[in-house]
Design a protein around this ligand. Structure first.
Ligand code: FES
Ligand SMILES: [Fe+2]
Length: 371
């Protein structure tokens, strides 16, 4: 793996490059937009920006669809809230759309004979939408690979992670004053943990401290990668004493896993009893919003004692995640500050930072001739 970064500081700080990312990278890949279990009722919707396009994900009579949030009449936004439950009705003149996005209800329709004659020609612009378990992805510009092919090995992981998803234990949107790639790269290495997270991650006993128990995987050239960190044997022995009271959950393992779904989704879990789903959304060249959800998992046959243990585990996890996030935010903002003053490529550790090299390689590949 390359030990010099293939990206340059300008890839993180230049507005024209940022704009090209919206146009080429985010438009041509399958992008994670949200969770299907959060849109389970007809007319549930969410709005999301992908590559500067405002997109609606709507439950249309049980089927999820992705539409451009722009009315076919005179371009008003159809939904003006971030999420909710509402039919596809334009708030301006009241055009309403059916489950295919075709305008079927037009007040004063005799004034629009061309629409009345061929309503399908005036359908909302629709994009490709596909799911892996509960994970919804949208692609703005059609391409060759379907979602399953795009996700490769990660497809099964997302499907398995979806099997037991139960309650949303925490959700937040936090902004970080740094380019989105700085925030992703920070998530792809554990090298900063002893400095940045000494008081938090550094103090927990769950993980093995042996270097060989942390293994990076970069299965293909798609840009996705994952890291597996074994649990500490002593800690695991203690945990096993409670196992019968905790019950069974469907996707169980004895390690921590950190998955990057290229370009901007991470899914992490320790042992599969909860999942932390983070979407890194570029707001501007120098600002990123991290949308974070933590889900618990349904455990079959859990005793009262088990429920009380898990309650403590989830509460501590929630507090802990927020603390770790604040530490990472400060680190990312420091990196972004320094990047503005640098004109040379970064140096990458050949083991601990290899996922960053892989990310950068695929970032440049996805941008093609455009950087
Ligand atoms: S702009 Fe939507 S109904 Fe007029
Ligand atoms: Fe961190």
């Amino acid at each position: 793996m390359q030990q010099t970064a293939t990206t340059l500081p300008q890839h993180y700080t230049d507005t024209p490059i940022y704009e090209l990312e919206g146009k080429y990278l985010f438009s041509s890949l399958w992008i994670f937009v949200g969770m299907a279990n959060e849109l389970s009722k007809p007319n549930d919707y969410l709005r999301i920006e992908i590559g500067e396009r405002d997109v609606i994900i709507q439950n249309c009579g049980g089927r999820l669809r992705a539409f451009l949030n722009s009315c076919s009449h005179r371009h008003s936004a159809i939904h003006d809230q971030a999420c909710g439950n509402r039919k596809l009705i334009c708030p301006y003149h009241g055009w309403s759309y059916d489950n295919e996005g075709i305008p079927t209800g037009i007040p004063g329709k005799e004034d629009f004979p061309q629409v009345y004659a061929h309503p399908e020609r005036f359908a909302l612009r629709q994009f490709e939408l596909s799911t892996a378990g509960h994970f919804i992805f949208v692609r703005l510009v059609p391409g060759d690979a379907d979602l399953k092919a795009f996700l490769g090995e990660s497809y099964d992981f997302l499907v398995n992670a979806s099997l037991g998803l139960d309650k949303k234990m925490d959700e937040y949107n936090e902004s970080i004053g740094a380019n989105w790639k700085v925030v992703i790269e920070n998530a792809l290495e554990g090298y900063h943990v002893p400095m940045v997270h000494r008081a938090t991650l550094g103090a927990i006993k769950q993980f093995s401290t042996r270097r060989q128990d942390i293994v990076d995987h970069m299965p293909d050239a798609s840009g996705h990668s994952y890291m597996v960190h074994k649990a500490d044997e002593k800690w695991l022995r203690k945990w096993r004493r409670f196992e019968t009271s905790l019950g069974r959950w469907p996707f169980k393992f004895d390690h921590y896993v950190h998955q990057l779904i290229f370009p901007n989704l991470t899914v992490t879990s320790f042992m599969g009893y909860s999942f932390h789903i983070q979407r890194f959304h570029p707001d501007a060249v120098d600002q990123t919003t991290v949308h974070s959800r933590i889900y618990s998992v349904h455990c079959e046959g859990q005793t009262e004692q088990g429920t009380s243990i898990m309650r403590t585990v989830y509460e501590e996890g929630r507090r802990f995640t927020r603390e770790v996030f604040a530490e990472d935010r400060r680190a990312c903002e420091n990196v972004f500050h320094g990047l503005r003053h640098a004109d040379w490529p970064a140096v990458l550790g050949k083991n601990m930072e290899q996922r960053i090299g892989h990310f950068q390689h695929n970032y440049l590949k996805s941008m093609g001739e455009n950087t």
